[in-house]
Design a protein around this ligand. Structure first.
Ligand code: C2E
Ligand code: MG
Ligand code: MG
Length: 636
């Protein structure tokens, strides 16, 4: 190397160094990848004094290579082919730098175009990406053998600058995505959903497009999540999220805004009917069974819909309205939808009041229990009482349980409320057992949420012990839905309660699924035939047949049978003829305070021996007349 050559080499080195430093700086401050690429192409062309320079990017489907920026060609292609059909494609396949010192004799890849442009040599350098190459940086000179090892190293360094920048942008994008999306379902999260809603409302203010917000809540998901376990619960959510995404248009936003709540922002509906149609499709999609833990499970969703009205609709106001409509839908029953309107508004206000007031009800001693005796048919003797909770509201008087138990269940207050009821009922039951010197049974209604909680078993045993209530005299009334929907969790808790001597009774039988299967598989001691069948007993032949079938079935399974809601003598006589063992209803005694029921019990237990004398034969006219007399005795 002559001193002159050395000097030139040093000067080139310095230029390359300077160029790299500048590009690194641009890469740091520039957020637009395209600007950095333009800068790279210009700088490389200038520094190496080449005729053609370009940055090419591999398409996502890897079917072609896009030319992002290219200088030096009069009419550059927008895309070049993959594989041997191009220099870049060949380098990408080899995944390494490919130098061609003489393009006119190049056989490895197609050079026809480059040769036609008068190019003699060229280099293609890989720009690395995250898990596969981002693309290629290529340069061409009209001279053959133009590129030294130093030049190739320089190009590699430039490619590295671009590669680092691509990687940083990907990470930034991932961070942004993570901040705005739900990790489980990848759907937009609450923040992004509200942002998109605001944008949609802003667009609406400029035009007159419809904007609707739908909140979709999976019915009883908390219960399912507890019983299935959280991993399976997550599977369910992910599956339902996919269905939601598939049901809405790509231009609508489907989001997950809380644990068991999804949202859809629907823009451009022609009218409310369109929106309702979408709600119906979503409800149907959610209703299909989901594969979970090797089995299938069906869910339903309650949907609340708000359509933007007036010029000042905001994301917050729409969210409130849709939420209100959803609560209303929940009240109507699982799988319903509701559109926000004035009636919803009123219902929501009232529910909100109930919720706030209920929080104080326990601590301020506003709850009380009424009791209703259950009477043995042949003897007319009260054998048990059912505890029924009431809320003695300072302004509204006695509020029936169905007006506040569902609120307590939704808000989680049911755990505390249920504990209070159980404790009071056990205290009272133990007191009566002492006073009357009889093993009078106490039945307590329990909510499904209590029955799936494994800690409930110890809680019940503990309360019984503390209050002196005999476990064998304590009965729990559960409804069918929990047995069906939470089979395994309920089975576990109920079996353990049963092992400890508690009586288990199925309440409201006949109103739900009424399957023989679970009557057999659950450790039940008895069944209460729902009031609605007793109601129709005397005027509807079908109800008579149903009650007869239920009684026969329960007998075969050795389950005790209680008829609820007995209001007339005729009903009592008929039940007696059908062989029903126990009855409960206004005909015998209304639910009353502990004091009043205590008096009733004392009166009827004392006279029960006389009543038993009335018990007689089972057939014939005389028998029937006697039974009618017995019925009189029972209600006396
Ligand atoms: P349920 O357990 O089926 O209770 C029977 C309901 O029928 C009671 O209503 C009772 O007052 C009423 N009833 C009794 N005899 C007659 C009659 O002859 N005719 C008519 N028409 N009705 C009669 P109530 O007290 O309003 O309770 C309603 C439901 O609330 C109960 O149904 C039960 O499911 C629930 N419940 C009551 N107390 C509690 C509680 O402490 N915890 C839970 N989780 N639920 C409770
Ligand atoms: Mg009950
Ligand atoms: Mg009932």
């Amino acid at each position: 190397m002559t001193p002159r050559d050395m000097e030139r080499a040093l000067a080139r080195h310095a230029r390359e160094h300077e160029a790299l430093a500048r590009l690194s700086e641009v890469a740091l401050r520039e957020h637009q990848l395209r600007t950095l690429i333009d800068e790279i192409v210009a700088t490389v062309t200038d520094t190496l004094d080449v005729q053609i320079c370009g940055v090419l990017r591999v398409r996502d489907d890897e079917a072609g290579i896009d030319v992002v920026c290219s200088v030096g060609q009069p009419d550059p292609p927008s895309v070049v082919p993959v594989g041997k059909a191009s220099h870049a494609g060949y380098a990408l396949d080899a995944r390494e730098t490919v130098l061609s010192d003489d393009l006119t004799t190049e056989r490895r890849f197609d050079v026809a175009r480059l040769v036609a442009l008068g190019m003699g040599s060229g280099v293609a350098v890989i720009i690395e990406g995250h898990d596969r190459p981002f693309g290629v940086l290529s340069v061409y000179s009209s001279r053959t053998g133009r590129f030294s090892e130093d030049d190739v190293n320089f190009l590699q360094a430039v490619a590295n600058v671009l590669s680092a920048s691509v990687d940083r942008q990907r990470k930034d994008e991932a961070t942004r995505h993570a901040a705005l999306h739900d990790p489980l379902t990848s759907l937009p999260n609450r923040t992004l959903a509200l942002d998109r809603l605001e944008l949609a409302l802003a667009r609406r203010r400029r035009g007159d497009a419809t904007v609707a917000l739908m909140l979709i809540d999976i019915d009883r998901f908390t219960m399912a999540n507890e019983s299935l376990g959280h991993t399976a619960g997550d599977q369910v959510l992910a599956a339902l999220a996919t269905r939601l995404r598939e049901t809405v248009r790509a231009s609508d936003t489907a989001a997950r805004i809380s644990a068991d709540e999804f949202a859809v922002i629907y823009e451009g509906a022609s009218d409310a009917r369109d929106v309702v149609e979408l709600a119906q499709r979503i409800a149907a999609a959610f209703g299909r069974p989901v594969q979970v833990d090797g089995g299938e499970r069906a869910f339903t969703a309650s949907i609340g819909i708000a359509v933007a009205e007036g010029p000042d609709a905001t994301a917050a106001s729409m969210l409130r309205a849709a939420d209100a409509a959803m609560y209303r839908a929940k009240q109507r029953g699982p799988g319903s939808y509701e559109l926000f309107d004035g009636a919803v508004r009123a219902a929501v206000m009232s529910r909100l009041h109930t919720e706030t007031a209920l929080r104080h009800a326990i601590s301020e001693d506003q709850l009380c229990l009424h009791y209703q005796p259950i009477v043995e048919v042949p003897t007319g003797r009260p054998v048990a009482v059912e505890a029924l909770v009431r809320w003695n509201h300072p302004d509204h008087g006695l509020i029936p349980p169905l007006d506040f138990i569902p609120v307590a269940e939704e808000t989680g207050m049911i755990a505390e409320l249920g504990r209070w009821v159980l404790e009071q009922a056990c205290k009272q039951g133990a007191a009566w057992q002492q006073q009357l010197a009889l093993p009078l049974k106490m039945f307590v209604n329990v909510s499904g949420l209590q029955v799936i909680n494994p800690a409930f078993v110890d809680e019940v045993a503990d309360i019984a012990k503390r209050t002196g209530m005999l476990r064998e005299s304590l009965g729990l009334e559960v409804t069918e839905s929990v047995l069906i929907e939470e089979k395994s969790a309920a089975m576990d808790v109920l079996s353990r309660l049963h092992d400890r001597g508690l009586r288990l009774v199925l309440d409201d039988f006949g109103t739900g699924y009424s399957s023989l299967g679970y009557l057999r598989s659950f450790p039940l001691d008895g069944v209460k035939i729902d009031r609605s069948f007793i109601d129709g007993l005397t005027d509807d032949r079908d109800d008579g047949a149903i009650v007869r079938a239920i009684i026969d079935m329960c007998r075969a399974l050795k389950l005790a049978i209680v008829a609820e809601g007995v209001e007339s003598e005729a009903q009592l006589v008929q039940l007696q003829e059908l062989g029903c063992e126990f009855v409960q209803g206004h005909l015998l005694c209304h639910p009353m305070s502990a004091e009043e029921v205590g008096e009733f019990l004392a009166r009827h237990l004392l006279s029960s021996d006389d009543l038993r004398l009335l018990m007689d034969g089972r057939s014939g006219v005389r028998g029937r007349r006697r039974r009618r007399r017995q019925a009189d005795a029972v209600k006396a």
